[in-house]
Design a protein around this ligand. Structure first.
Ligand code: 13P
Length: 256
């Protein structure tokens, strides 16, 4: 059985008070997601502790960091470690978002180091992958995304890989209002599951949640999430509006 997950990636938006109000509003409308459904708020690191306090009495809700540094500790002024975010109550961490790959030059090798640190600190990594528009137009998206997965995850044991959540986010669909069609999402998710099955075996691959991200909103969530290999979404813009995100939570299908 794999979890169905609605994950909100706030990115660098909302001040502290706005963030608290947003979580309160969402929880008041949807206090207990059905069994097997999970809701994750990936908030700015400064807000993790407060967000954790807000969700701790609502089973099914968790808090995530948006990033961690790829070293354990030391003289890295301004950076935040896996241990730090875990110590203030984060249970998840987004790793390898395309914005970090692009603007902060995060490579598959650096991301593998982050994955290890996340797991050592009992954080569930939400590992992002996805191709650019030119790669999609060239028709090489499957190989490209398989490369991202194998270079950052395939050093893990089967037991470790079961702790990973994958998010497929085609770069051309992020913040553009242009979603992948439900068929495009399903095709890629099915391919990713095959890639995982080839390395770890089908029973393991069948237990890994694969989320879709890229212009998910209340009006398209149900169609995308209903695809057999899509286990929920990683949501940017629409996660900043309580009513939209509640609709997205409600669009999760029952655990498969
Ligand atoms: P949008 O939902 O705003 O397209 O962002 C997707 C995303 O990058 C989530 O991580």
């Amino acid at each position: 059985m794999r979890s169905q997950i609605a994950a909100a990636n706030w990115k660098m938006n909302l001040d502290f008070k706005q963030g608290k109000q947003l979580i309160e509003e969402i929880i008041s409308q949807e206090p207990t997601p059905e069994a097997g459904k999970k809701v994750v708020f990936a908030v700015p690191a400064l807000y993790i502790r407060s967000a954790r306090k807000k969700v701790k009495n609502n089973p099914g809700y968790s808090v995530s960091a948006q990033n961690i540094y790829h070293k354990k500790s030391g003289a890295f002024t301004g950076e935040i470690s896996a241990e730090m975010v875990a110590s203030v109550g984060a249970e998840y961490v987004i790793i390898g978002h395309s914005e970090r790959r692009e603007y902060f030059n995060e490579t598959n090798g650096i991301l593998a180091e982050k994955i290890n640190l996340a797991l050592e600190n009992n954080l569930t990594p939400i590992f992002c992958c996805g191709e650019s528009l030119p790669t999609r137009e060239a028709g090489t998206q499957n190989e490209f995304v398989a490369g991202q997965i194998s270079e950052s995850l395939f050093h893990l044991s089967a037991e470790q890989v079961l702790k990973i959540v994958i998010a497929y986010e085609p770069i051309w669909a992020i913040g553009t209002g242009k979603t992948a069609t439900a068929e495009q999402a399903q095709q890629m998710h099915h391919w990713l599951r095959q890639v995982l099955a080839k390395k770890y075996g089908q029973p393991i691959a069948d237990q890994i949640s694969i989320l879709y991200g890229g212009s998910v909103k209340g009006s398209n969530a149900q169609e995308i999430f209903s695809q057999p290999d899509v286990d929920g979404g990683l949501v940017g813009g629409a996660s900043l509006v309580a009513s939209e995100f509640v609709t997205i939570i409600r669009a999760l299908k029952k655990s498969v």
